[in-house]
Design a binder for this molecule. Structure first.
Ligand code: ADP
Ligand code: ZN
Ligand code: ZN
Length: 792
């Protein structure tokens, strides 16, 4: 028997299946989608691989080796996932094995790595299963704890020892504890037997089932041992789901009656379930229009019809608020996947999905690969979010994967947003996507908030820039007096964004990156936001030693200090990367704010998305300009989206909301349209500009990034690649660069980029693969290349 295996060697030369022979002992266990251990290369080193086809013809003229072992009892990849890899390989310029590994739970990889490291020490049967041809095993070298750790990994599931009260009758029997010598009875009853009696009552009244460790903690292991011996309890192991805590204390909710717009959207979407040729639906609905409710009720129907659902939300919106909403409707049928979970928790959710125990998968970007079967609908909420594109290899876009999966399952695909990406909105105009609009707030009493633009140039004082202008301060005071809450956004963390010497003009920059250091007062350090370099706060100019140094640019830390001075009574919560590093801290801050333990929530763009707090009536954007002048053709689109999102946090229930946008560019069209909450107006204006400048959605784009510690070399190699592109592409392709990237150096590496803009280039995929392959040879002199299809 011969099979095809994709080996775990990410290079161009190995990016295709290799043929292996399966010895008789493995023939029953080898399946498509399992991992195998195979000898590879000249030294026949054992490496991991994935079986992609069975019963293939042996290749002529090549030596065919035997697989060493099958690593999984059940496939860890589905046939659909293997198909997806083949499809994605056309647009994602990384190797198949990288795509395959992205689809597997990370626990499997870390398990493999740990086992591999442990081989030299191991003697257990488990490891023999994994590494039958591995190095000489020496059992004696492994201590019991290490062995237990490995066994847990092999078991993959977390196992818990439980007890169960078996025999109520024997528990009730008065004298069963008196199996002690008569002479000692009185003595024993006063101590040990008294404890046994208490333990008995505990079992009878409190819980007749639970974790043995809890019972032992409450009583003792001697007591549980005794109870076992007399047959009063049974002890057994149970594999438990590590993510079970998500489901605790969530009360189920009844679906509200949809308003006519929502009902129409639901009908339209359901009409696409089972469609032969996928036509995605763009659901454009203003903030608070009840898109989430539409998703919930559409899914309810899909489940009733026996099919399953995937819902993608941006990572940051995966707040308990959002997940609870889904659990409240669908209970234990929900699986949740996001980066906040431990590898074990992710594995358990994955296991639930592969074993058909989950029917609604809700998660961030990578959840699009969830091995869910029989999919009826895929929903991508906030579809415009750039986080749906992975920004390291493999650089896939969840929307593209969703489109493929929808096609595979004949499922409906819904893209929802208040501010759709220009690409999606343009496709809706052309009829490529079906299109449905919700233009009213779902709650008829909730009005669209009114927005006021504040020109910061009118409020400059002798002391320099003002973080909170007088009109915003007044509005804050009024809001707090009414007992309502405010959300303030400042999309810049730290205290000050840079230090400059007023004598020589020196700006304190990172030694590893071409970027200024940010002052953080909480840690008393100057930090680089790219490479995490830190140093003490300088007292004098690092260049001329002058003491006349000054800090510019307000970050969230400083804004918090200023708020405390201006509004000493106000309770302020700050939410940014620095206050949410610890697991669960994000949720804690939001819970506190939701329970009215604070008046003002101040944060970076983290706070713009998904929050639904009825008592928030004021939203202030302290500096609407932070992203507007970035050298990126999407900077206006991103600014418009962010401002619209954050404005949507105000007045979501019955109280009217008010939004203040502070800006130095009050006439900029992104700010103007955001202040009118006019997506369609913005869309038309931005499309005009994109057309003029030949950018998406009128042109497709690919970016090539080159990096190396030698700037001359990286430039030279980039020019060579440009030559190759010129040679193969049509004269209609527009090639920009090579130019140094916006931040020309990070982590001591210099970055160059080439941007390709094109409409139709049949040879593009081939030439890019060609360059990718060369990039791994001597010709590139270790310059690192990444190819980014539709860069964000
Ligand atoms: P979106 O996702 O479009 O921002 P949500 O789905 O979060 O909007 O809805 C906004 C608010 O309106 C929520 O509090 C939600 O519970 C409520 N809501 C949604 N649909 C209805 C409805 N049909 N009837 C009453 N309230 C609704
Ligand atoms: Zn100086
Ligand atoms: Zn740095």
């Amino acid at each position: 028997m011969w099979i095809h295996v994709i080996v775990d060697v990410p290079t161009g030369q190995t990016d295709h299946p290799f043929t292996y022979r399966v010895p008789a002992q493995w023939q029953a266990s080898v399946k498509v989608g399992v991992r195998v251990h195979v000898p590879f290369g000249i030294g026949n080193r054992l490496i991991q691989g994935v079986v992609v086809a069975l019963d293939v013809e042996p290749t002529e003229g090549f030596e065919i080796k035997d697989i060493a072992a099958v690593l999984d009892e059940e496939p860890v990849l589905t046939v659909e996932q293997l198909w997806l890899v083949e499809q994605l390989r056309h647009q994602v310029f990384s190797f198949k094995i990288q795509l395959l590994k992205t689809m597997m739970p990370s626990l499997l990889q870390s398990q493999y790595d740990k086992l591999y490291q442990a081989t030299e020490k191991l003697g257990s049967d488990d490891c023999q299963r994994f590494f039958p041809n591995g190095p000489e095993r020496q059992a004696s070298k492994m201590n019991p704890e290490e062995l237990a750790e490995i066994q847990k990994l092999v078991a993959k599931k977390q196992v818990e020892v439980k007890y169960l009260a078996l025999d109520q009758a024997s528990l009730k029997y008065e004298n069963w504890y008196r199996s002690v010598p008569r002479v000692l009875e009185s003595l024993v009853i006063s101590k040990q037997a008294k404890r046994r009696l208490e333990a008995r009552d505990y079992l009878l009244q409190k819980s007749d089932e639970g974790r043995l460790v809890d019972f032992n903690k409450e009583f003792s292991s001697a007591i549980s041992k005794y109870f076992r011996e007399v047959g009063a309890i049974e002890v057994y192991s149970k594999s438990i789901s590590r993510s079970a805590s998500f489901f605790e204390g969530v009360e189920s909710t009844q679906p509200p009656v949809l308003n006519p717009q929502q009902a129409a959207a639901k009908r339209l979407i359901l009409g696409h379930v089972g469609e032969k040729k996928t036509q995605p639906v763009l659901l454009e609905g203003i903030t608070g229009s009840g898109k989430t409710e539409v998703y919930l009720q559409v899914i309810e129907q899909v489940l009733k019809d026996g099919k399953n659902a995937i819902v993608l939300v941006p990572e940051i919106s995966l707040t308990p608020q959002m997940t609870k909403g889904f659990i409240a409707r669908f209970g234990h049928q929900v699986a949740i996947l996001h980066s906040g979970l431990s590898a074990g928790e992710k594995y358990d959710e994955w296991w639930k999905i592969t074993h058909g125990q989950a029917r609604v998968v809700i998660g961030a970007r990578s959840a699009i690969f969830a091995p869910l079967q029989n999919i009826g609908i895929i929903i991508i909420d906030e579809e415009h979010e750039s986080s749906y594109k992975q920004d390291n290899n493999p650089r896939y876009h969840a929307r593209e994967v969703a489109q493929l999966r929808a096609q595979y399952h004949q499922a409906a695909l819904v893209l929802g947003s208040a501010t759709p990406s220009l690409e999606s909105r343009a496709r809706a105009s052309k009829g490529v996507y079906d299109f449905v609009v919700l233009n009213q707030r779902a709650n008829p009493l909730a009005l669209i908030p009114s927005v006021e633009v504040i020109d910061l140039r009118d409020h400059r004082t002798t002391k320099g820039e003002q973080t909170i202008s007088p009109p915003l301060l007044e509005a804050l005071q009024e809001t707090l007096e009414r007992g309502e809450q405010a959300v303030l956004m400042l999309n810049r963390r730290g205290y000050s964004s840079f230090m400059m010497c007023r004598v020589c003009g020196e700006v304190d920059t990172c030694p590893n990156c071409d970027i200024s250091l940010t002052l953080h007062l909480s840690t008393r350090t100057m930090n680089c936001h790219y490479c995490d370099f830190r140093k003490g706060i300088p007292q004098t100019c690092p260049n001329c030693q002058s003491q006349d140094i000054h800090y510019y640019g307000t970050g969230t830390e400083k804004a918090q200090k200023e708020l405390e001075l201006l509004l000493p009574e106000a309770r302020v919560l700050r939410m940014d990367v620095d206050t949410t590093r610890k697991k669960g801290s994000h949720e804690k801050i939001l819970a506190k704010f939701g329970q009215a333990e604070a008046d003002i929530l101040l944060g970076t763009q983290m706070i713009a998305k998904g929050l639904d707090f009825p008592n928030v009536t004021l939203v202030g954007v302290l500096n609407a300009d932070t992203g507007i002048h970035l050298p990126d053709f999407r900077s206006s689109e991103r600014t418009f989206q962010l401002l619209t999102q954050v404005a949507g946090r105000a007045g979501r229930a019955t109280k009217p909301g008010k939004v203040y946008l502070q800006t130095y560019n009050p006439d900029h069209y992104a700010i103007q349209y955001a202040s009118k909450q006019d997506y369609e107006g913005f869309y038309r204006e931005e499309m005009r500009i994109r057309k003029m400048a030949a950018y998406p959605p009128y042109f497709y784009t690919v970016a090539l990034h080159f990096s190396h510690k030698d700037p001359k070399l990286v430039e030279k190699i980039a020019y060579q690649a440009l030559g190759t592109l010129r040679q193969f592409l049509s004269p209609n392709a527009i090639l920009l660069g090579p130019t140094p990237s916006t931040i020309s150096r990070t982590h001591n590496l210099y970055h160059y980029q080439i941007m390709i803009k094109y409409r139709q280039e049949p040879r593009l995929e081939a030439v890019l693969n060609h360059i990718l392959e060369i990039s791994q040879t001597k010709e590139f002199q270790a310059v690192r290349l990444t190819i980014d299809h539709e860069p964000q």
